[in-house]
Design a protein. Sequence first.
Length: 218
Amino acid sequence: MGQARVHGVFWIALALAMSGFLGGAAAPPALPPPPSAASQAAARAVIDTLSREVLGILRDATLERPQKRQKVTNLAYGSLDFETLSRLTLGQYWRGLTPAQQADFVQEYKKHLATTYGHTTDEYTDEDIAIAGERQETNGDATVLTRIIGTKDGTRQEIAKVEYRLRQKEGAWKVIDVTIDGVSLMANFRAQFQEIMANGGIDRMMKLLRDKNAAADK
């Protein structure tokens, strides 16, 4: 199963890894305390629940493909911290935006991710997900380690490793990133978006996002 298919099955996670990327991002004003063992278990429970809900949708034979895409998108919207994703993606440029510009960017970025990866849920076949563990990050985040199990060459085996990075916001764990086999899609977005910002600013960035989203709606 290629990365695009893993992204589709679990676009909740967005496969937007930023383990290394976080190090170069602007730090929040104050770091939260390290998560306790119980708190890490809560983060793991979030991913376990999301995985079961997504798989339940994808395996529901009574749902048409558009219905599955919409239901998975709704789960993603409720589980991902898009404001943090946006802030980390734009890095230094985020701080230079007005609150209105930040809100507009979050909205268009959110839609862009959905239109880019939401349709790949159509490629789901028989994949499953297994929680492999979790680890505490130095800034208070928690990373949940998972394995994607699928059929390859006629046998059931691991076909990808996925790491979900979560951060507590208003007392709840939210996904801020996903790494698939060490590949960071978020880091790719960061590189792309920061180049655009450096050569056209927020006006060019927003035009490109709106044009892509409008084209996807046709």
